[in-house]
Design a protein around this ligand. Structure first.
Ligand code: CA
Length: 229
């Protein structure tokens, strides 16, 4: 199976650094210099499974690219390349539909680990047991990896789907943020716990009747979250 990754970065030195390291790790890398270029290449490369998106670009920025990709593609894994000084970028990036972010400057090991983790998930490596979990008004289909609320399809990213599955398999149980991070992102993931909160915030906007006053995904203060009614 092709291990295709798209790299969108306008600075050629950083782009080369990424390309060299991902190629060394066994990936086939498709390069893009602008957001427009990246969207064009994604259109013609349906088997690209992970995209790395720089934020500051000439033309449309990385957030906009992310938004446009997510409008039609929920399966692809997206990692934002953020600058250390732009703390808010991480949150904004995740809110526009990214799965993860890497802060520049990053080491080859860190970059490869992040791409590997997302690639495994985007590929759905382990075939899931066919079936569905029904908890009104929700229906999670573990074969198609889809979610419906009141019979209406809710568009989820792979990360959001994985979180929902964990919740629906553990109704009423308080799940710590560490537990969620381990299950959804993998034990070898070395990101921050905050990524859990940001994804939960985004998920609430999609599934709650009122995200300001959530009734399905409840916060367990100082600990984590609980799926319950
Ligand atoms: Ca840039």
């Amino acid at each position: 199976m092709a291990r295709k990754v798209l790299v969108l970065e306008d600075e050629s030195s950083i782009r080369s650094f990424i390309v060299i390291n991902l190629t060394r790790a066994g990936y086939e890398v498709i390069e893009a210099e602008t957001g427009e270029d990246a969207l064009e290449k994604l259109k013609s490369g349906a088997d690209i499974r992970v995209a790395l998106l720089d934020i500051m670009l000439p033309g449309i920025d990385g957030f906009e690219v992310c938004r446009r990709i997510r409008a039609t593609n929920t399966r692809i894994g997206i990692i934002m390349l953020t600058a250390r000084s732009q703390e808010m970028d991480k949150v904004t990036g995740l809110m526009t539909g990214a799965d993860d972010y890497v802060t520049k400057p990053f080491s080859p090991a860190e970059l490869t680990a992040r791409v590997d983790a997302l690639f495994r998930r985007a590929g759905g490596a382990a075939p899931e047991q066919a079936g569905e979990i029904r908890q009104e008004p929700f229906l999670l289909n573990t074969r198609n990896r889809t979610l419906e609320k009141n019979g209406q399809r809710v568009k989820l990213t792979q990360v959001e789907y994985s979180i929902m599955k964990m919740f629906m398999e553990n109704p009423g149980k308080a799940l710590s943020r560490e537990e969620i991070l381990d299950t959804v992102w993998g034990r070898d993931y070395f990101g921050e716990l905050k990524i859990v909160d940001v994804n939960i915030r985004r998920l609430r906007l999609k599934i709650e009747d009122n995200a300001q006053n959530p009734t399905y995904i409840n916060t367990v203060w100082g600990y984590g979250y609980k799926w319950g009614f």
